[in-house]
Ligand binder design. Structure first.
Ligand SMILES: Cc1cc2nc3c(=O)[nH]c(=O)nc-3n(C[C@H](O)[C@H](O)[C@H](O)COP(=O)(O)OP(=O)(O)OC[C@H]3O[C@@H](n4cnc5c(N)ncnc54)[C@H](O)[C@@H]3O)c2cc1C
Length: 440
């Protein structure tokens, strides 16, 4: 038994799935929490590609942190950029000079794209990690379509990375092209090329799923290009390591991720693969029993010694578990090792096409059954931020089930998720759309 702690104050860096789950669990027990995030809203990453391809407005996948914690008076939200993590003193320094210290520090700062030093990638490729990224890509696609849709290759897109993000955005882009063609906004669809160094799409999945994803994307007009690495990205073309080139103004980067940059400022933390913070089985950092790292920012060990993947369910469960361990400490009990409830891995390829490998034993399913699994898992993920997940489920089934050509509302009002929130709950998203290297 450890000694009981009086009046804990937990400082949480990051209001994504992990940070929100942690603060929620602590707030439920009346613990004082200060949650710091650069945005005043939580963003739901699994639906970013729907925003990028104009199938959902940005507001529908974001929710103000203040609303999320409306019924948790002990959770204080601070909208600010964190400049430095001081693990030794359980404190954060903000860019405005303020310093916030607590009895516990929880780092839940998420990830950023990793360009692996590919020349031009950071300047010219479009990452897809935030609402701002998705909005920037949407505006770029929109301006390309409005300015020169019929110029040769103007609508051609190269997606880098054949994992779930690359596969999902490729599927959504082929639907966008079909919708633009059906509504006569373009006369020729752009080619969507999906590039990966490896020999398969969705490499973490089974062979059956590799084939399914390949077949479905090809049927929709995408061109998977496997066994090929990207050598350089330019404003008007991408070069491959076999010496070939594709002319394109749109390269989407789903090629890898690393820990959020703020981790590089941390003193006293050990980092490993992907620059992520290595944690012990109880999610604390070695030699720092009051510092936790959770979600995408952490290398979280699985029971077999491997590292858990960067997934929404890992983020959410690790957030709730870290809170549980803090509460155990407050009660004078010992921290417990994190036990991940593995619901499987899944990817949505587009309307009527999804693949899922369910549970720890990875039972493979495709089509509507896979989509139902995807929906169940994602509704659960969303439930921490949006109370009305039935609205999300209705929207998602409508999206998935429609058998006619995509009806993407290009510049008007896309179909919305009927959250039914009060007006005050709609986020006022401040999106600083940073231009790319070529000014678009
Ligand atoms: C395009 C895409 C699609 C995905 N699809 C799926 C899917 O279908 N299913 C699934 O399970 N997973 C999916 N994932 C992964 C999943 O979304 C992540 O694993 C999960 O969101 C990670 O949560 P997190 O809380 O660790 O990080 P995040 O959600 O990234 O939250 C980190 C927070 O920290 C804040 N922050 C970072 N640095 C600072 C700073 N210096 N100052 C202030 N604030 C800061 C950020 O603003 C952000 O709000 C997807 C990811 C992406 C990018």
């Amino acid at each position: 038994m450890t000694e009981q702690m009086e009046s804990p104050h937990v400082v949480v860096l990051g209001g994504g799935l992990a940070g929100v789950a942690c603060a929620h669990t602590l707030g439920d027990e009346g613990v004082q929490v200060t949650l710091v995030d650069r945005n005043d809203y939580h963003q739901f990453q699994p639906l970013l590609y729907q925003v990028a391809t104009s199938q959902l407005p940005a507001e529908d996948i974001a929710r103000p942190h203040k609303t999320i914690f409306r019924e948790h008076p002990t959770v204080h939200v601070r909208t600010a950029e964190v400049e430095r993590i001081d693990a030794d003193n359980l404190a954060l320094t903000l860019t405005d000079g303020d310093r916030i210290a607590g009895t516990h520090l929880v780092v839940a700062a998420g990830a950023r794209p990793e360009y692996f030093g590919v020349p031009g990638a950071a300047a010219h490729a479009f990452p897809l990690y935030s609402v701002a990224d998705a909005e920037r890509l949407r505006r770029h696609l929109q301006s390309t379509i409005h300015t020169a849709p019929d110029a040769p290759g103007a609508l051609d897109v190269v997606v880098v990375g054949g994992g779930p993000t690359g596969v999902e955005i490729t599927g959504a882009l082929t639907e966008l092209m079909a919708a633009l063609l059906a509504t006569e906004r373009i006369s020729e669809p752009g080619t969507v090329t999906l590039v990966d160094r490896g020999e398969t799409l969705l490499s973490a999945f089974s062979r059956k799923s590799h084939k399914y994803a390949h077949k479905r994307l090809t049927q929709r007009g995408a061109k998977p290009r496997l066994g090929t690495g990207v050598a350089a990205v330019h404003a008007d073309r991408v070069e491959f390591d076999d010496g070939s080139t594709i002319r394109t103004r749109t390269v989407i980067w789903g090629g890898g991720e690393a820990a959020a940059s703020v981790v590089g400022t941390a003193t006293g933390l050990t980092t490993g693969r992907g620059g992520r913070i290595d944690v012990l089985p109880d999610l604390t950092v070695d030699k720092h029993p009051h510092v936790y790292a959770i979600g995408d920012v952490a290398n979280i060990p699985a029971h077999d010694g491997s590292i858990l993947p960067q997934l929404g369910s890992v983020a959410q469960q690790s957030g709730a578990w870290a809170a549980g361990n803090i509460l155990r400490e407050v009660r004078g009990e010992k921290a417990e090792p994190f036990h991940y409830k593995d619901k499987g891995i899944m990817a949505m390829i587009g309307r009527n096409a999804a693949v899922a490998e369910v549970g720890r034993h990875r039972h493979q399913v495709e089509g509507p059954v896979a989509f139902a699994a995807w929906l169940g898992v994602h509704a659960m993920l969303l439930s921490g931020a949006h109370s009305r997940t039935d609205a999300f489920m209705t929207w998602a089934w409508n999206y998935f089930d429609r058998d006619h050509a995509a009806t993407v509302e290009w510049s008007g009002e896309p179909e919305r998720i009927a959250w039914g929130d009060e007006t005050a709950d709609v986020p006022h998203i401040r999106i600083n759309v940073v231009p790319r290297g070529d000014g678009t």
